[in-house]
Design a protein around this ligand. Structure first.
Ligand code: NAD
Ligand code: IPM
Ligand code: MN
Length: 360
């Protein structure tokens, strides 16, 4: 059987709780589908700062280079978030990994697994947000803080090269061609130079995909349209920070941050898979976290890095079925449904996987 090395970086807060369930799911799938997976754990983020003084220790970096795919939980916490850039869990840990591994294409699918979970009426979305993940404001060549002309000042600058825009544009167009054939490119070209370039390059890119239905939207309008006509969107492509914000909005439309997975890809098979949500310190350690986003990220790992789309679909179906049965963590439970714990939700997904593989 195919042998793959999975690097597991659970991180901070609820990261370890949800990642544990995702690993259990992969182990169960491996057993049923005759896959050989080895899991090796490493430290990333605040936990790594505590143990080693740095958010991305050399051993973790080695592990990443020796893995076929990475499964990440979440990083961050109040204690570390205000540390200087290179030393904090976000920029010095997770973002540095994305950047140094050149994982420029961050796919964030927002799907109405269960339409009734949306706080909005008549919502049934299947949106793929394609977020540029190694450029833009997050990686300003000029960033800093200091006193300028006697005034306390801080600055970040948004940089994009035409090539950075082109390559994410091509990824988005290809994905839109394989899906619903509609693409929304989101920018702020009425104000920002980097967005003017974005829109120019995006117009050139889409010219090679004449079968696509394309719209160019300003980000503020897009934020509104997502709530107003969510079902109309198919693929959305946008720069790093806009994508960060819009993906949380899409999670809100689906019903919970606990339902949005992601995969950060480049042009080979390697990828980093993680929930869209963060370390959720408000519920960490309480067994309340929804592990769906982590489990669905593991499904994306199977699809994109291990060429196992059928097994990915089995996981997605299992999560959907469990939610449909009314088995829900606290973020999705309402007055009528008593919430289950993170691990009980994981147990239900495992049982459903057993059923599906036995039936097949
Ligand atoms: P967050 O995503 O951690 O939490 C936002 C809200 O959503 C909280 O109320 C939380 O309880 C809830 N939530 C998130 N995931 C959930 C889940 N799986 N199940 C149930 N509820 C869930 O965002 P935040 O509070 O702004 O940030 C907290 C910390 O996480 C910060 O340190 C931040 O830097 C970090 N962060 C990390 C990532 C990442 O690692 N990818 C992403 C976002 C934030
Ligand atoms: C995300 C997170 C990260 C980001 C943080 C933790 C650096 O919010 O993956 O959406 O902003 O990319
Ligand atoms: Mn985010």
């Amino acid at each position: 059987p195919l042998h793959s090395r999975i690097g597991v970086l659970p991180g901070d807060g609820i990261g370890p709780e949800v990642t544990r369930e995702a690993v259990r799911v992969l182990e169960r799938v491996a057993k049923h589908a005759d896959l050989q997976l080895t899991f090796t754990e490493g430290m990333l983020g605040g936990c790594a700062i505590e143990q080693t003084g740095t958010p991305l220790p050399a051993e973790t970096w080695e592990l990443c280079k020796n893995s076929d795919a990475l499964l990440v939980g979440a990083v961050g916490g109040e204690k570390w978030d205000s540390l200087p850039a290179e030393k904090n869990p976000g920029l010095g840990g997770l973002l540095r990994l994305r950047r140094e591994l050149d994982l420029f294409a961050n796919l964030r699918p927002g799907l109405s697994y269960l339409p009734e979970l949306s706080p909005l009426r008549d919502v049934n979305i299947d949106i793929l947000l394609v977020r540029e993940a190694v450029g833009g404001l997050y990686f300003s060549p000029e960033r800093g803080r200091g006193v300028q002309d006697g005034v306390e000042t801080a600055w970040d600058t948004m940089h994009y090269t035409a090539e950075q825009v082109r390559r994410i544009g091509i990824v988005a167009c290809r994905l839109a061609s394989e899906r619903g054939g509609r693409l929304a490119s989101v920018d702020k070209a009425n104000v920002l130079e980097s967005s003017k370039l974005w829109r120019e390059v995006m117009r050139e890119v889409v010219a090679d995909f004449p079968h696509l239905e394309v719209e160019h939207l300003y980000v503020d309008n897009c934020a509104m349209q997502l709530v107003h006509r969510p079902n109309d969107f198919d693929v959305i492509v946008t720069e790093n920070l806009f994508g960060d914000v819009l993906s949380d909005e899409i999670a809100g439309i689906v019903g919970s941050l606990g339902l949005l997975p992601s995969g950060s890809l480049r042009t080979d098979k390697f990828g980093l898979y993680e929930p869209v949500h963060g370390a959720a310190p408000d519920i960490a350690g309480l067994g309340k976290a929804n592990p769906s986003a982590a489990i669905l990220s593991a499904a994306m790992l199977l699809r994109h890095s291990l060429d196992r789309p059928e097994d990915a679909a089995v996981i997605e179906q299992a999560v959907t079925t469990v939610l449909q049965r009314g088995i829900r963590t606290a973020d999705l439970a309402n007055g009528d449904i008593a919430p289950v714990s993170t691990s009980a939700f994981g147990d239900a997904v495992l049982a459903e996987l057993d059923d599906q593989y036995h039936a097949a």
